[in-house]
Design a protein around this ligand. Structure first.
Ligand code: UD1
Ligand code: MG
Length: 491
């Protein structure tokens, strides 16, 4: 049987993202665009801005360590991103020239951005395209005002104040160096003009590179409507060259992610850091300095309080994670409570309404619905039934030095404080374990297990002990005194 294939729509706009550079100043074996900020590689943020703005095609120009970049991008975006290879990094115009090989023939407009400028909102690209359309210009570019323009290309203007050229820092005259309106590197260009212009750009400049910025002077001369300009605030146009700049863009991105969740109806305190892939339902609440990473998911009404660190954690409806708790690769059910100062390690499940209290560590453990482990316990490789109670100081002795073993605690069972359950072992349904027990054998349903030395009371023994201790103290004092007597003088 044959399937009819859906008609493919012809792409009209391509967004080309330059990411071939090495990023030497990162001092890292990882390509620059794969360094992460707020839980996603830099290039992910750039690609998402392109997709948000609306584009028919995304072309990523790769070069340095390209296979690593291609693999990472394909894992997330599949066929939504096409790749072009720039084998040698000879400048931004050369990169675009390489990119043109992957641009769909029907494309009439190319938007150019950088893979190391992650905070650009899709909105800015959308407005850039609109600006070019409304001014019927061959080229539109974003410009921005900065206090310190060092390193940036400067916007040189004509008599009417319109952009006439971009002068790279190293090619600037003393007067041009004073210009504070700079080029952040974002353009929307007519495709036919771009193809033609690229063939005329030379590397005759201070750096011996093919400058994409030469497009601006070419476009200004090519038509009366020449170059359109979209001023934008500098914070979201920051690029990353070193790890200090990486930290700076990360805080911008965290702020942006937090604001997105706030607008969607979540309460998020200042200082909380929520990464890119975290999902939060409306009505959840996050305290100051909480860090939410990976594929963490919070349901409506969930609270994650001050200073918690959640990594790939799922928190159910109305569950409360109290201050300074750490949860990794685990799930917390509806209405459950965790913390303060709890550590829920991978592959654990705290079921609905269960409680995990302070200084309790769970590892690969299922705590049944309504079960409680409220204070100071290590619970590793446990399967704990509904409404069971694990007393303060209980240890699940799950490791014999070679292997991990499971401890099972039945529904409604009560494990008294300071007990050690030596796995593999199972405590039956509604059974009791007396405080301070060391349990090495299974406990049947409904039974009481006591595994501790029997207590003995010796009448009147207190006075005898005190006398013995006092005598010992006197003997010590006497021996010190004799040792410190002055010795006889020898004439
Ligand atoms: C470029 C601009 C400058 C602007 C600045 C903003 C040019 C000539 N200059 O300068 O006007 O103010 O960005 O940050 O365009 N890349 C490649 N292949 C190459 C060279 C660069 O893919 O051969 C990529 C890099 O990976 C990077 C981007 O293009 O993502 C910018 O390259 P970079 O070398 O940082 O350009 P700048 O000198 O900063
Ligand atoms: Mg740069």
């Amino acid at each position: 049987m044959t399937h009819a294939t859906a008609p493919t729509t012809s792409p009209k706009r391509c967004t080309m993202i330059l990411a071939a550079g090495q990023g030497t100043r990162m001092k890292s074996p990882l390509p620059k665009v794969l360094h992460t900020a707020a839980g996603a590689p830099l290039v992910t943020w750039a690609i998402e801005a392109a997709l948000d703005a609306g584009t028919d095609q995304v072309v990523l120009v790769v070069g340095h360590l390209r296979q690593l970049v291609i693999d990472a991008v394909q894992a997330r975006f599949r066929e939504r991103v096409a790749f072009a290879v720039q084998t040698e990094q000879r400048g931004t115009a050369d990169a675009v020239r390489a990119g043109m090989a992957a641009v769909h023939p029907d494309v009439t407009e190319v938007v150019i951005t950088y893979g190391d400028v992650p905070c650009v909102p899709g909105e800015a690209l959308k407005r850039l395209v609109a600006q070019r359309a409304s001014s019927k210009a061959l080229l539109a570019l974003i410009t921005t005002e900065v206090d310190d323009p060092t390193g940036y290309g400067r916007i040189v203007r004509d008599a009417k104040g319109r952009p006439a050229a971009i002068r790279e820092h190293k090619d600037c005259s003393a007067d041009e160096l004073k210009i504070r309106t700079v080029n952040p590197g974002l353009y929307a260009v007519d495709r036919a003009f771009l193809s033609l212009a690229l063939s005329s750009i030379s590397s005759d400049n201070a750096q011996g590179e093919f400058y994409l910025t030469d497009l601006v002077a070419l476009a200004a001369r090519a038509s009366l409507s020449g170059v359109a300009e979209l001023p934008w605030e500098a914070v979201s146009l920051r690029g990353v060259n070193d790890r200090a700049e990486l930290a700076a863009v990360e805080s911008v991105l965290h702020q942006r992610v937090a604001d997105r969740h706030r607008r969607a109806g979540c309460t998020i305190a200042t200082g909380a850091r929520i990464d890119h892939d975290v999902v939060i339902e409306a009505g959840a609440s996050i305290g100051p300095d909480a860090v939410l990473r990976g594929k963490t998911t919070l349901a409506a009404g969930a609270t994650v309080d001050v200073g918690c660190v959640l990594d790939d954690a799922t928190v159910g409806i109305d569950a409360v994670v109290k201050p300074y708790s750490v949860i990794s690769r685990s799930a917390v059910g509806a209405g459950a409570q965790v913390g303060p100062f709890a550590h829920v390690r991978p592959e654990s499940v705290v079921e609905d309404g269960a409680h995990v209290g302070n200084f309790v560590e769970l590892k690969k453990t299922r705590l049944g619905p309504g079960a409680k482990a409220n204070h100071l316990a290590y619970i590793g490789d446990g399967v704990i039934g509904a409404k069971a109670n694990i007393g303060a100081g209980t240890i699940f002795c799950n490791y014999d030095g070679f292997q991990k073993h499971t401890t099972t605690v039945g529904e409604g069972a009560f494990v008294g404080s300071n007990s050690s359950l030596v796995a593999p072992v199972s405590i039956g349904r509604d059974a009791y374990v007396g405080s301070g027990s060391v349990i090495t054998r299974d406990v049947p349903d409904e039974a009481l297990a006591i595994g501790r030395a029997r207590q003995e009371n010796k009448a009147g023994y207190g006075a005898r002990i005190r006398e013995r201790l006092l005598a010992a103290r006197r003997a010590i004092a006497a021996s010190i005194a004799s040792a410190t007597q002055p010795t006889e003088k020898i004439e």
